[in-house]
Write a protein that binds this ligand. Structure first.
Ligand code: NAP
Length: 285
């Protein structure tokens, strides 16, 4: 079997076209959806992410503001900027690029963002809303993974009811929220992590496997049930310095039914869902 590719670039293109159309409708009513991206310090990976987010806004009719501060910015000054952005009616979404320098308490900063503008979905109010099934902003990466599952079967979606989903990784921004989203679609969910014994025994039972670890080859072909859906969230560098995921793509694609590539899978979907969240924040404003 050779797995069908879940093309994050193609799906993103389609979803971003919808965002652009809805943004144009809002602009006609005098509202330009606005995203503020706040970066502190010079983390090279952050520079790339921030640039991509700002460009995606510009390409799709959203207004974006990049506030870039030196690594020495005091925490109090950053909190004051968040407060100003919370009060700015031209800004509908506020995103603080992580990681922050060690002298800044990232949780304090995230919790200072107004839940109405929390387009990254990291605020406890957003996490709580997800937990109890209320509307709220969903974290972009797991939201993107869910959209990928919805796109299967020619857009009819992958029916998760009663299926076994194994999520490898339990971070607050990917693994845990994704597990909740899968659960809400009536999947049976297993969350694995660094202390999980016999990961292979878990993944071999899975109809859907999501790898969100940050280590190459965490999932290999011998760990996958034939026909399973494999979603690779990981972002790593291979020996040649090229971007790769957590999944042994060449091996696993011989066994899986569907697979996401890296690059061109979850990465572009994450930015796309940020645009969707920002647009929805503007629509609700
Ligand atoms: P994280 O906070 O470092 O979490 C990694 C998780 O993997 C932890 O729960 C850890 O377990 C678990 N883990 C580590 N080694 C393991 C092993 N050998 N077997 C099973 N589980 C193991 O990372 P994250 O922020 O969730 O990100 C995960 C990966 O996704 C990274 O490569 C990151 O760059 C990527 N990512 C990509 C996007 C995107 O847009 N494509 C977005 C976000 C993240 P413990 O909890 O026990 O430590």
């Amino acid at each position: 079997m050779t797995a069908q590719l879940i093309d994050g670039n193609a799906l993103s293109k389609q979803l971003r076209a919808e965002v652009a159309q809805r943004a144009a409708t809002l602009r006609a009513r005098g509202i330009t959806p606005g995203l503020a991206v706040v970066q502190v310090g010079e983390n090279p990976a952050s520079q790339v992410y921030v640039r991509n987010k700002v460009k995606a806004c510009e390409d799709n009719g959203l207004h974006s503001v990049l506030e870039h501060y030196p690594a020495t910015l005091p925490e109090a000054d950053l909190l004051a900027r968040i407060d100003a952005l919370n009060k700015n009616p031209a800004i509908h979404g506020v995103l603080v690029q992580l990681p922050l320098p060690p002298h800044i308490d990232a949780q304090k900063v995230i919790q200072a963002i107004s839940p109405a503008k929390d387009v990254d979905g990291f605020h406890v109010a957003s996490a709580g809303a997800l937990m109890v099934g209320l509307p709220g902003f969903r974290p972009c990466t797991p939201y993107g993974c869910m959209k990928m599952l919805e796109s299967l079967n020619a857009g009819k979606g992958y029916d998760l009811r009663g299926k076994h989903a194994v999520v490898i990784g339990r971070s607050n921004i990917v693994g845990k929220p994704l597990a909740l989203m899968l659960l809400q679609k009536n999947a049976t969910v297993t969350i694995c992590h660094s202390a999980t014994q016999n990961l292979k025994a878990m993944t071999l039972q899975a109809d859907v496997i999501v790898a969100a670890v940050g280590k190459r080859n965490v999932l290999t072909a011998d760990m996958v049930k034939p026909g399973a859906v494999v979603i690779d969230v990981g972002m790593n560098r291979n020996d040649e310095g090229k971007l790769c995921g957590d999944v042994d793509f060449e091996g696993v694609r011989q066994v899986a039914g569907y697979i996401t590539p890296v690059p061109g899978g979850v990465g572009p979907m994450t930015i796309t869902m940020l645009l969707v969240n920002t647009l929805e924040a503007a629509e609700r404003s």
